[in-house]
Every structure is written in C-alpha cells, then in structure tokens.
Design a protein around this ligand. Structure first.
Ligand code: SAH
Length: 214
C-alpha cells in the first residue's frame, strides 16, 4: 500500500461521512471509498480538493465523477464478492479501484490511449490488478462475457445491445442514458429476451464516444 498522511486519511473519513449524509447506506461501498486513495488518481496539486464531493478534471478533457456519483452507481450495482464486473470508461481508474475493493474480478475498457496508459501506472502504484483494455466500450468484451454486472461511467446516447448481450441472466447494468444530461438506469436482465428497467434521477456525465480516439 502507498504511504499517506494523517491529513489525507482524515479528509477521506470526512468524505465518507458526507456520503452517508447524502444517502449512501451500503457499508461495503462506504468501506471501499474509505480504502481507495482518490488523490492518487489526479494531478498532485489537487490533493487538497481530492476528497471534496466534486468532479475533477483529468487528461483528455475527461473527469473523475464526483464521489457521491461513484458511490451511488456502485451502490446500485450491488457488487458481491467474486462477481465478474465490466466497467466502461476507465478514465482515471478511481471507479475501477472502488469496484476492485468489492470484487477483484474487474474488467475495464477505455477509449483514449493516454488515459488507459495513465490508469495502468496508477494501478501498479497501488498494487491492484484489474484487467484493462484499450478499446470501444460499445462493443464490450465478448471474449470474457458473460458478466454479473456492467457499469457504464460515461453518458450513453442509448443502451448498447452488445452490453445487454454480455450480461448474465439475472445480471445488472447501471448506465446513465441521454445526450446533454443523463437519466441513471438500472437494467436487470430477466431472460435472454427481457429486461427490467428502473430509473434513478438525472446526472451529468462526459459523453460516451463513438469515434475512434488516439
Ligand atoms: N470511471 C472514470 C470516469 C471517467 S469519465 C473515473 O473514475 O475516472 C468517462 C470515461 O469514459 C472517459 O475516460 C472517456 O474517455 C471514457 N469513454 C468515453 N467513451 C468511451 C467508449 N466508447 N468506450 C470506452 N470508454 C469510453
């Protein structure tokens, strides 16, 4: 594990209390947030704001979602130990690390090479081993399907059918859907042909990219 100051640990405890007050009730999710050093996933100069409940800019004009959104999506996903998880949009890797605390069978896809490269370095630094892929999240990872859970961390213009196909029966996908702002959906795969959709309010995410990025 990395060394960190008491100040950072204290700030993270406060963040956890803040999330509790904002309605996050899943103790496992709160424990995971308390265990992941969010400041490592951003520019060093941002350490002091790393534990505020706000989104923070990273490379390629992307953002790490605000902690309450990360916690909310993770709580909706309801990850159980040893479940196989697919994340779309590795970004900084922060959400990946939170998922990894809940189940180490995490697969994550990033469309932009500089972000993919940077996230791999951070994972090495904090000694975690998610399976990372540089590729197109719309396509998922058919070679590793089916997944128990799928989490999309960018705003999807629609629900990609390939991702539904890669869910187990009984599996759950959490995905923000919409162009300018997004509605959070929890989609449960009931059978090969049926899904159940529940919505959980409006959010604002960076868009899920369609064109190939370098
Ligand atoms: N989970 C990230 C959130 C980053 S923002 C974190 O905790 O930091 C969303 C990310 O999705 C960005 O890094 C963006 O490059 C990536 N993304 C956008 N479109 C994508 C696509 N089609 N496939 C995979 N990743 C995509």
């Amino acid at each position: 594990m990395i060394k960190e100051s008491l100040l950072v640990q204290g700030m993270r405890k406060k963040l956890v209390e803040n999330l509790r007050q904002k309605g996050i009730t899943d103790e496992k999710v709160l424990e995971a947030i308390n265990a992941v050093p969010r400041h490592i996933f951003m520019d060093l100069s941002l350490e002091r704001v790393a534990y505020e409940d706000r989104a923070i800019g990273i490379l390629c004009e992307q953002t790490i979602s605000q902690p309450s959104t990360v916690a909310f999506q993770t709580q909706l996903l309801n990850v159980k130990h040893r479940e196989k998880i697919l994340e779309i949009g590795t970004g900084s890797g922060y959400q990946t690390a939170v998922l990894y605390k809940l189940s180490s069978r995490v697969y994550t896809i990033e469309r932009q090479k500089p972000l993919y490269d940077a996230a791999i370095k951070v994972f090495e630094k904090i000694n975690i081993h998610p399976n990372c892929f540089f590729g197109d999240g719309y396509k998922g990872l058919p070679q590793f399907a089916p997944f128990d859970k799928i989490l999309v961390t960018c705003g999807a213009p629609f629900v990609p059918q390939d991702l539904i196909n890669q869910l187990k029966i009984g599996g759950v996908m959490v995905i923000p859907v919409g162009d300018n702002s997004q509605t959070m959906y929890k989609i449960t795969k009931i059978s090969e042909t049926e899904t159940k959709e529940e919505s959980f309010g409006d959010f604002k995410f960076v868009p899920m990219l369609k064109d190939k990025q370098k």
